[in-house]
Write a protein that binds this ligand. Structure first.
Ligand code: ATP
Length: 247
């Protein structure tokens, strides 16, 4: 049972914190994941904890990009599993493969995350049998499955580290990041960088996916004219300019 009162003015943010703490107690999230979340919260505060237009455009472009891919894969770490398991489930039912990929990898933790995701409706979770290695990566994120990230043409990487984004791009993949920090190496290296909270992004992603399925021309202009550098610059400007919402 979550203990955040629903009438609290920052209910959503506190709910997320609580999910992470629960995830930590269950062994899905590591200590470093709690710290990374705190950094994300600080950037989200600067956005007024809402999706701004430029982040929305990046999400729409990302949907078109994934929709057109032959083997799109969503990479999931402990934080993502803990905070948005149901939304990951929705994506998996749209034909996007889900692979658990961890910086701090242990077989036990991978198994726990996979079974937690399955309980939340994620189908076919990859990442337990990692038969391939991403070259030039010295940490555990290098272990990937052949069927998933290794052979993917597009990889969606929420809350990632910059090294692996670089390595995936060098393998010829299109990389879409979700990271609230527009200055991170991840955001700077990805092909499409969505600077927004992963919770809001995956909600919007599912919504836009349905729209594009109904009508392929929906938002196509945004995708075709999308300029990642410009988008990141706008996001940074918004954050430097102060609050855009009521806090
Ligand atoms: P890089 O190597 O890309 O420079 P980093 O070392 O800063 O990244 P981490 O310490 O792994 O990266 O932190 C993960 C990133 O995830 C942080 O930039 C943080 O802002 C972001 N983040 C944390 N929680 C969320 C969230 N809920 N939604 C979106 N982004 C988040």
């Amino acid at each position: 049972m979550l203990s955040v009162p629903e009438d609290h003015p920052r209910y959503e943010s506190l709910l997320l914190r609580e999910r992470l703490v629960r995830g930590f107690e269950m062994g899905l999230v590591v200590e470093a994941g709690l710290i990374a979340h705190g950094r994300g919260e600080a950037f989200d505060y600067l956005l007024g904890e809402e999706t701004v237009e430029w982040a929305d455009r990046a999400t729409l472009a990302a949907v078109h990009c994934m929709y057109r891919s032959e083997n799109p894969v969503l990479s999931v770490n402990g934080n993502v599993a803990a905070v948005v398991p149901d939304l990951v489930g929705e994506l998996s039912r749209r034909g996007i493969k889900v692979e658990v990929n961890l910086f701090h990898r242990s077989e036990e933790r991978v198994k726990k995350i996979i079974s937690f995701l399955r309980e939340h409706g994620v189908i076919d979770v990859l990442g337990e049998d990692t038969d391939m290695l991403i070259n030039d990566l010295s940490h555990d994120r290098a272990y990937v499955s052949e069927e998933g990230i290794y052979s993917a043409d597009t990889v969606l990487v929420p809350l990632e580290d910059g090294d692996r984004v670089q390595a995936l791009r060098e393998m010829g993949k299109t990389v879409i990041s979700i990271d609230l920090n527009p200055l991170s190496r991840t955001s700077k290296t990805a092909d499409i960088s969505i600077v927004d909270n992963v919770v809001r992004v995956l909600k919007n992603f599912n919504k836009y996916w349905m729209r594009v399925e109904e009508d392929g021309s929906f938002g196509i202009d945004v995708y075709k004219s999308f300029d990642n550098e410009e988008n990141l610059r706008k996001m940074e400007e918004i954050m430097r300019g102060g609050f855009v919402g009521d806090n």
